[in-house]
Design a protein around this ligand. Structure first.
Ligand code: SF4
Length: 370
């Protein structure tokens, strides 16, 4: 039997509620106004006006703000650093309430475009220890809660005074190792009274948590999944991405092929890490050509390795371009990844660098877009 002194259930964080859930929560707390009007006003305050607290929601009267404060919590991440990079992207560092730290990156699109991508973290640290990634060196501190993911987008967009048009789950952490919170956050981001980001503009990148890929397909998640292949040679990939010891190469490729079939045989994206003297050899071309013969359509997104640790060497962009040109005869669509913010250690694989003190220079001073 419950003790009468049991603590009350914690209030749901505002940034974890869809519009309909917020309206229901407010009605249960005593909001008797016209259907969902208060919920819409609150969503506008949080996601359009970027108001930072319930007390500051000027469009809502004091009595209804008090009701709101009784019904929901409005926790915020503490922004500790904002570092603009030379290429126009910006790295944000946040401290969580338990002291853990995460990073996010704002990536502008081409000049003249008003689109902005926010690269978010899904975990504090990461357990997957991919050898090309600074976050993997931190180890896993913990999964993020859904509101901690949503609040990254809200704060990044508010700071830059832009509307986030695209989200990529390519920051710290393996999103499919925290799938419930990731899908909840992504769903909140699509809300028409909130951030209004199309589900197809929310991209989740996985290193290969195979059972979660199958669940993604079975549950018909509306978001986009991309796959961190690393490289196409199974033995090298095992060295590069220890996750392969738990989810084998063939298992991973079969899951990707199933996803491609599920999407009506549209190209799926495989992320490839170009590492000088490791993944850029003749044998790697042959391994990719063999993969292309498997019968599923893919686009190879080639990411030049960004310096992390001493084990691998970063190629120059000229080397990467020369190597990828050798894939053309196999009819493989290839894109070079724009890795924004490298001079601020905000490029692919570099998040968390500042936290482990492993900052190093990259051989290319310029940043190239695909
Ligand atoms: S690449 Fe992704 S999955 Fe691998 S260690 Fe880094 S954050 Fe984790």
């Amino acid at each position: 039997m419950d003790s009468p002194l049991s603590p009350l259930a914690p209030l749901p964080p505002l940034q974890e509620l869809t519009h309909a859930e917020l309206a229901t929560t407010l009605r249960a707390a005593g909001d008797e106004g016209a259907r969902s009007t208060l919920a819409e006003a609150v969503m506008r305050e949080v996601y359009v006006r970027a108001t930072g607290s319930i007390e500051a929601m000027a469009s809502i009267g004091a009595a209804r703000r008090a009701l709101l404060a009784r019904a929901v919590a409005f926790p915020r991440l503490a922004c500790e650093a904002v570092e603009p990079a030379a290429d126009g992207s910006t790295r944000f560092a946040f401290r969580l309430r338990d002291g853990a730290r995460i990073e996010s990156v704002l990536l502008p699109h081409h000049a003249g475009s008003d689109r902005h991508t926010v690269c978010v973290s899904s975990q504090a640290g990461c357990a997957q220890v991919c050898r090309f990634c600074a976050t993997g060196r931190l180890g896993l501190t913990r999964d993020l809660e859904a509101w901690e993911i949503v609040d990254q987008v809200v704060q990044v967009a508010a700071h830059a005074r832009v509307r986030a048009s695209d989200i990529v789950f390519m920051g710290m952490g393996e999103p499919l190792a925290n799938e419930v919170a990731v899908y909840r956050a992504a769903r909140v981001m699509t809300q028409s009274h909130g951030l209004q980001i199309g589900a197809r503009r929310i991209t989740i990148s996985t290193a290969g948590v195979v059972p979660a890929i199958h669940r993604f397909i079975d549950d018909a998640q509306p978001f986009r999944l991309v796959f961190s292949l690393g490289c196409a040679d199974p033995a090298k990939r095992r060295r590069l991405m220890p996750i392969q010891e738990r989810h084998g190469f063939e298992e991973f490729i079969a899951a990707i092929a199933r996803y491609e079939a599920h999407r009506g045989h549209q190209h799926v994206t495989l992320e490839y890490v170009a590492i000088r003297n490791f993944t850029m050899g003749d044998d790697d071309i042959a391994a990719l050509a063999a993969l292309a013969r498997r019968g599923f359509r893919f686009l190879l997104n080639v990411i030049p390795f960004n310096p992390v640790g001493d084990e691998f060497e970063a190629p120059t962009m000229a080397e990467v371009r020369a190597w990828t040109s050798r894939l053309r005869p196999f009819g493989l669509p290839v894109k070079l990844r724009f890795s924004g913010g490298r001079d601020r250690c905000a490029g692919c694989g570099q998040l968390g660098t500042g936290l482990i003190g492993a900052r190093r220079r990259h051989p290319d001073r310029d940043v190239s877009r695909p």
